[in-house]
Design a protein around this ligand. Structure first.
Ligand code: MG
Length: 378
């Protein structure tokens, strides 16, 4: 900034009394923190847990009945922040890798839990990868900070929780009989997500259409490979009232994806192809939009930055999840008022949720008026 500009801003601020307003706002922020609260030493702890799924879950690349997760806690002066790492096996993290990674983190050296940028950058720099492990700490730290401030994150970020959208509900690949059954069970959901990427794709969609006319989203999980056939299929899917499609081609087929994005009758959303903030600039033009997931981008801090960057590039935004408890789902839900599509059904797919938090009421994402991420232990 030039000297002239600085002087101009300084004199303008003084003239309008802005300097005084800034001082007052500092006082009011300080006032939220209880007077007796000593920002003390933070302690990280974690324990492994296994989620049991309601149905065998099949996507284009695998099937499973359980998902390992790691539940994390950060304690400071008797206040607990909760976090979670979800570890679907095909993504490469496990109880063992998360334990090893988290054992390298020493939160006791930080005096100020509000210094998120320093703390989370330090953790990110320990080693590349380990994105779910990093997310577990990020979420727990956000929860702790929200509790210290006495505010939910949708308030801290400035989002209206009543604008949270309907979530889609995922119908996995299965026999027509099971698909019909799952579609009937999904009666409360206004939008259904169909897993595609096998020879039975048209049959899957037609089976769902034999039960309901609700709008559909599709997720191919990189299961197709021919761009011309994919385009033909997308036209057919549009006629079936499919409103968007995730990752139709392998993420490496960048030119084919860009070709498709130019021609597709419905938005193409990058999921496997867009992991973190740094991937977004390259994704503009290749996809119409991105699917943000806390577990692949290291948590709420980076997810929020991704949302803002994608919006500034006029891209569509979807928020998604893995199979997760209501802890990580609640954390993600604070961004949902700002997205085009939300797929936050992860906690609905499990039998043994460990938390109570953001709920799905009549298909709509319903955030709690509670400080932090709004999840409490059951
Ligand atoms: Mg996906």
């Amino acid at each position: 900034m030039s000297q002239n500009r600085r002087d101009f801003l300084k004199s303008t601020a003084l003239a309008t009394g802005a300097a005084m307003i800034i001082n007052d706002s500092y006082k009011s922020v300080a006032g939220i923190i209880p007077a007796d609260l000593k920002t003390g030493s933070m302690k990280l702890s974690y324990h492994p847990y296994t989620l049991e799924l309601n149905h065998v879950f099949t996507i284009a690349t695998n099937s499973r009945t359980t998902t390992p997760v790691m539940l994390a806690e950060i304690e400071m002066n008797g206040i607990f922040g909760y976090g979670e790492a979800s570890l679907p096996p095909y993504l490469g993290e496990s109880h063992k890798t998360v334990q090893e990674f988290l054992s390298k983190i020493d939160l006791s050296k930080y005096e100020n839990p509000f210094d998120l940028e320093t703390i989370l950058n330090d953790i990110d720099n320990i080693e590349p990868g380990h994105t779910a492990a990093k997310a577990s700490v990020d979420i727990a730290l956000h929860d702790l900070i929200g509790k210290l401030m006495g505010q939910p994150w949708f308030n801290i970020w400035g989002y209206n929780k009543n604008k949270a959208p309907n979530t889609s509900f995922t119908i996995g690949i299965d026999t027509p009989e099971v698909v019909r059954q799952k579609t009937k069970e999904a009666e409360q959901y206004k939008i259904l997500k169909v897993k595609l990427g096998r020879k039975t794709d048209k049959e899957m969609v037609e089976t769902i259409r034999s039960v309901t006319n609700k709008p559909l989203t599709g997720d191919v999980n990189q299961g197709w490979n021919d761009k011309e056939k994919t385009l033909e299929m997308l036209h057919w899917l549009k006629e079936q009232n499919m409103v968007m499609i995730e990752q139709p081609l392998p993420k490496e087929q960048i030119d084919d994806l860009a070709w498709l994005t130019e021609r597709s009758p419905i938005p193409i959303i990058g999921d496997e192809g867009v992991q973190r903030l740094a991937d977004i600039k390259k994704a503009a033009g290749v996809y119409h939009g991105i699917n943000i997931k806390l577990m692949k981008c290291t948590g709420m801090r980076e997810a929020h930055k991704m949302l803002l960057l994608a919006r500034s590039l006029e891209m569509k935004v979807m928020i998604g999840c893995m199979t997760e408890t209501s802890c990580a789902i609640s954390a993600a839900s604070h961004l949902s008022p700002m997205v085009d599509w939300a797929d936050l059904d992860g906690a609905l797919l499990i039998k043994n949720d460990f938390f109570e938090g953001t709920k799905i009421n009549n298909g709509k994402i319903t955030l709690m008026d509670r400080p932090g991420i709004g999840a409490v232990k059951l």
